[in-house]
Each structure stands twice: as C-alpha cells, then as structure tokens.
Design a protein around this ligand. Structure first.
Ligand SMILES: NC(=O)c1ccc[n+]([C@@H]2O[C@H](COP(=O)([O-])OP(=O)(O)OC[C@H]3O[C@@H](n4cnc5c(N)ncnc54)[C@H](O)[C@@H]3O)[C@@H](O)[C@H]2O)c1
Length: 482
C-alpha cells in the first residue's frame, strides 16, 4: 500500500470524531431511536451497548488498513462534499467495512441512517462505534427478532432519505409497497406507521428519493423484477453488476468468508470430507475453490448446464442434489433460490451432516420442513442447531440458515469490500451528479469500474502495461490478417 493510501485509511477509521460522541443524525420524521444502548431517551439510535464502541473503533481501524481505494475516495469527498446535506438511508450488513463506507460518505457531507440488512450480521461493537464516535443514527442489533429488524427498517425509511442503499432490496421494496399502497405486503410494524402517515406524506417520502444503490445479486434480481413489472419508481444503480464488485467480492470474499464461518461455527476438518456446493455462480465458484484448497472433495449441484459444465471442467464432480445428499458431509447453498435443500434431501442425508447457507436470504434451506421432520432440536454450539430425526440421524444447521459468513464469521475481508464499497460511494455520487437518470436499473459507469481497478492495483503496488501506439492502431484496424 502506498504511504498516501495508508494515511488516508487511518483518517478514514479515526477521523471526523464528534465531541461528546452524541448522536446527531436525526430521525425527526421517524419518532424512532429507542436508545437501548443508553444514549438517552429520544436519541436517534438503537444498538446493543455503547460501551462496546472502543472495540469497534479498533476493529474498524484495522479494516481501514486494507481499504485504500475507499480512503482515497473519502479524501476527495472531504474536499468536494458531493453529498453535502443529502439524507442517505442505508440497509447494509453492519460490519467494520461498512463503518468505513459510512465514514467516507459522511466526509462527503451525507447524513446517514444505517440499519442492518440481516438480523444476524450486525457487529454490535461497530454499531456502537458509529453512534459514539461519529454520531451516526444506527439501528441494528445482532440477533434482533423479526419485529425489531423491521422496526429498524422503518426507522431508516422515516429518516426521509434522498438516497438509499440496499443489500437485498428490503428498504426499496418496503418503500414501494408503501408508495403503491400495498399495505398488506408490508411488515406489520411498518404498515402501522405507514397508515399513520397522510397520503401526501407517503407520496412525499417516495418522491424525495433521487435514486438507490443495490449491493447484491439477490437484490438486483428483485429490482429487475420490479422494473419488469413496471412498478419501479426511481433509478437504481446495480453495484453488484460492476466487475470490481462481483468478480472479487462474490468470488473471493464469499469464498473465503463462507469457509471461515463454517470453521468458526463447527471447527470441523475439511480435508478428506465431502463438501457439496449448491450453485456455481460467482459465490459458488469461490466457495468450491477454497473448500478444494482445504483438501475437501467438492461436489457441485447446478440447474444451469453452462455453469455445470464449467464446474466439471474446473475439476469438480457435478451431481443432482438427490445424489449428492447421501454423500455430503457439509452442504453450502449459494444459489439465491428457494428450498434448494428440502424434505427429500434431508431424508437421504447421513447422520451428522452439516447444512448451511451463504445466499442472501434464509430461504435456500427449507427449515420449516426440517423442523417438522425433527423429533427434537437443540442448540449444541453457538450458531449450530441439531435437528434429531425420528430414526436418530442428526442434521446440524448453522446460523439459522442465514448467511453463514456474516452470522458466524466477520463477512468479507476488508480488501475485497474496499472495491465493493468504492463502487457504492461512487454510485451515490453518480446518482447525485449525473443529472436526472431514467427510472430503471443502471450499471455503475465502466469508467468508474476501471478507475477502481486502477486505484486498487496502484495501492497494491502492481503495475500493468500500456498499449503502444502501434498496438492501438493494430487493434483498431481490419486490414492485417494471416
Ligand atoms: N454471503 C455473502 O456475503 C454474499 C455475497 C455476495 C452475494 N451473495 C448472495 O449469494 C447468492 C448467489 O450470488 P451469486 O453472485 O453467486 O449469483 P449467481 O447468479 O452468479 O449464481 C447463482 C447460481 O445458482 C444457480 N442455481 C439457481 N437455482 C439453483 C438450484 N435450485 N440448484 C442449484 N443451483 C442453482 C444458478 O444457475 C447460478 O449459477 C445470492 O443470493 C447473492 O445475493 C452472498
């Protein structure tokens, strides 16, 4: 990392502290901020314990060391203030890397309300740090129940955002249900609040939104479905579709951190075991490669013949899940699809099979059916639940079937989130500066993608060649052949 980048990263994690550590972001229209953490009645945050802030600060500074690209962007944002006065509601995994993104956006002038994008992914010390040191309105508690999760989403909506950021589209879909008056589709807590608003207030809430960004594959799929159904109301930048996002975050980030989550939760030896990876997309490729690297025999299941043949050529055994179920020791779903592991698979699994998910939602493993099939269930370790079937076979489910890399580990390493969150920061700036974008799903402009790759390489001290004039001319011509 260059000296300049290093200096920037330090500033990123520790700069901009506010005297007294009081929360300044204001959920005025929310009436939210229950202040479980002792911030005083009415203060705008809901986190587990502000006393954890010191640990969160140290860990956020640690991850900042490996986020040089975001640091450079934060430095420029501080000078140029492209987000001055913009209200941003972010529904993201509350991790150290997200903390560095939030700090960079605040340096650019944004007023942020941050809620979790998964009930199990919040790092409570980081949430406390953002409230205590940066006065961010954070609404997130690890292990929060369904009701609290949506109460926090509601608080983010009530922040009155001009820009939103999602990881899974929960914020944007709630905004749309509200705008379309599809109140029955809203979570009860949000529905009650929405019905208390006047129609004018509801319209104003949605009209205020200039645009949104989406971090993950599943969110982009949901948003494309909204656009195709003709209900999307504002432009969304699909950050996931940037090359500097999915080629690295989904593959190397999910690959490493999913294995990390499985190991932290179970401490099993992967060498010599059979790991079944359902889905050979960007995430699945990464997980399969890391599992194979640890000495496991990897079996891939797919529904797409192209992905399946790629997995075969990459050296993996490809089987339908019905045939993989009886031989797997560890199962990881990462398809973005529903009920990939279901009754007939549980019925065929061996005693002691470990089952987990790294896809966005906890729908890939049909846990309701497994619970129905089980004669007994109990928690045997943190993030490990045993389901005992009537024939005494045990199936162990990790992290309630939620993203195992965030539930039992710390999510992606900072150096990979550096590029993902550089995309997020620049996508927000693009939404503000590009003029009125048409309603629809937009890609991060190619030039931004290329610039992020260039900055990352520079920070890593890696040089690349430049086309000579002769080469440029050759590539632009058609005359020269065999
Ligand atoms: N854990 C994380 O931190 C993390 C990070 C990035 C993305 N994600 C999530 O992981 C999921 C996958 O993302 P991706 O970028 O790899 O998507 P992708 O579209 O590249 O890959 C998904 C693959 O699953 C396959 N598939 C679909 N249904 C299947 C089924 N029933 N059985 C077997 N295979 C099936 C598809 O053919 C595809 O190849 C998404 O939900 C995404 O949001 C999680």
């Amino acid at each position: 990392m260059t000296k300049e980048a290093q200096a920037g990263t330090q500033e990123m994690a520790s700069g901009q502290r506010e005297a007294g550590g009081q929360a300044t972001d204001n959920c005025a229209r929310a009436g939210a901020g229950t202040s479980r953490a002792g911030g005083g009645a009415g203060s705008a945050h809901d986190v587990r314990d502000l006393a954890l802030a010191g640990k969160g600060r140290l860990r956020t500074e640690w991850s900042a060391r490996n986020m040089p690209v975001l640091a450079r962007i934060g430095d420029r944002f501080e000078r140029e203030k492209p987000l001055a006065g913009k209200r941003v509601s972010a529904c993201l995994h509350v991790t150290t890397e997200t903390a560095n993104l939030v700090i960079a956006l605040r340096r650019g002038g944004a007023e942020i309300c941050l809620c979790a994008s998964n009930p199990l992914s919040t790092q409570d010390d980081v949430a406390a740090f953002l409230v205590q040191d940066h006065g961010v309105n954070v609404q997130a508690i690890k292990g929060e129940d369904h009701e609290t999760y949506y109460e926090h989403v509601r608080a983010a909506l009530a922040h009155g955002p001009e820009l939103t950021m999602d990881d899974g589209a929960d914020l944007v879909s709630a905004l749309h249900f509200l705008a379309l008056e599809r109140f029955d589709d809203l979570d009860p807590g949000i529905r009650r609040w929405a019905l208390e608003l006047s129609p004018e207030e509801r319209t104003a809430l949605v009209r205020r939104v200039v645009g949104s960004t989406e971090e993950t594959t599943t969110g982009v799929i949901r948003l494309r479905a909204m656009a195709e159904a003709g209900v999307l109301l504002f432009p969304v930048v699909a950050v996931n579709d940037s090359q500097t996002k999915h080629l690295f975050d989904n593959r190397y980030g999910t690959g490493q951190s999913t294995i990390d989550g499985i190991l932290r939760a179970t401490n099993v030896l992967l060498a010599g075991s059979t790991v079944v990876v359902a889905g050979y997309g960007w995430c699945g490729r990464g997980i399969a490669r890391r599992a194979a690297g640890a000495g496991a025999q990897v079996v891939v299941t797919e529904i797409d013949p192209l992905k399946a043949i790629e997995a075969v050529m990459d050296g993996y055994r490809v089987l339908p899940m019905a045939q993989a179920a009886p031989i797997g020791d560890v199962f990881v779903t990462v398809t973005g699809n529903l009920h990939v592991l279901r009754e007939e698979h549980f019925a065929a699994m061996k005693d002691g099979a470990i089952v987990c998910n790294s896809g966005h939602f906890n729908v890939e493993i049909d846990l309701e059916t497994l619970a129905r099939m089980a004669a007994a269930r109990r928690e045997v370790r943190d993030f490990v639940e045993e389901f005992r079937l009537p024939d005494d076979r045990r199936i162990f489910v990790l992290g309630d079937g939620r993203l195992i890399n965030l539930a039992a580990a710390e999510g992606h390493p900072a150096s990979v989130m550096d590029m993902s969150f550089a995309n997020q920061a620049l996508a927000l700036e693009y939404l503000v500066t590009a003029g009125e974008l048409p309603i629809g799903i937009h890609r991060v402009p190619k030039a931004i993608d290329a610039e992020i790759a260039r900055l990352k390489l520079a920070a890593m001290g890696v040089g690349v060649d430049v086309l000579t004039t002769e080469q440029q001319r050759y590539l632009a011509s058609w005359e020269q052949g065999t």
